[in-house]
Design a protein around this ligand. Structure first.
Ligand SMILES: Nc1nc2c(c(=O)[nH]1)N[C@H]1C(S)=C(S)[C@@H](COP(=O)(O)O)O[C@H]1N2
Ligand SMILES: [Mo]
Length: 175
């Protein structure tokens, strides 16, 4: 379930960019091979959409978001990443949530490569946040400093900055 069309893209030309308020001030561009050189991890997680449906026991494989973050860490005063995908979809995600050991940049679901519909070649999976925080067709993230105005697709439309499932953080008025 998503907003807009399903992109067709090749892993050969696909890149993952980390920019914005990086620790060294530079933008860093990674290939799929760069990211897949990191340790592979798998986990089983439920998906919670903020519109009240849940899909249980999805088995994801990929690399840890924390390991990717460590390749191009944020500046000390940049607590949030705007994680973005093809076609302008994006979500604000706190850096601490990207660093959780259960947060994956997934390339597989159920032991198979992601289908185009499910986000090929890579999607962000953060089991403890609502699923709108997990862009399919992810292409990178930009670190934001406190007070930076940029906002993700749903955050601009009144949804929560963090979106923790068990705290029920759906809407901005709960911030
Ligand atoms: N690029 C992109 N990623 C997205 C979305 C989207 O609209 N565009 N929707 C999010 C929302 S709200 C949900 S619930 C899940 C749905 O994931 P699924 O299609 O694998 O069920 O994708 C998330 N990732
Ligand atoms: Mo959703």
């Amino acid at each position: 379930m998503h907003y807009g069309p399903v992109p067709s893209q090749s892993e050969v030309t696909w890149t993952f960019t980390i920019d914005g308020a990086t620790a060294d001030g530079d933008a860093h561009v990674f290939s799929m091979a760069d990211l897949l050189a990191l340790p592979t991890v798998s986990e089983v997680a439920d998906m919670h959409c903020a519109t009240h449906w849940t899909a249980v026991d999805q088995q994801w494989s990929g690399v840890r978001a924390a390991d990717v973050l460590a390749l191009a860490p944020p500046a000390a005063d940049a607590p949030v990443a705007l994680v973005y995908a093809e076609f302008g979809y994006a979500a604000n995600v706190p850096v601490v949530d990207l660093q959780a050991s259960t947060s994956l940049l997934a390339t597989q679901c159920g032991g198979e490569p992601l289908t185009a519909e499910r986000g090929a070649p890579m999607r962000l999976v953060i089991p403890h946040l609502y699923t709108w925080k997990g862009p399919k067709w992810v292409r990178g993230w930009s670190y934001l400093r406190d007070g930076d105005a940029a906002q993700g697709f749903w955050e601009k439309r009144g949804y929560h900055q963090r979106g923790a499932v068990w705290q029920g953080e759906r809407y901005a008025y709960q911030d």
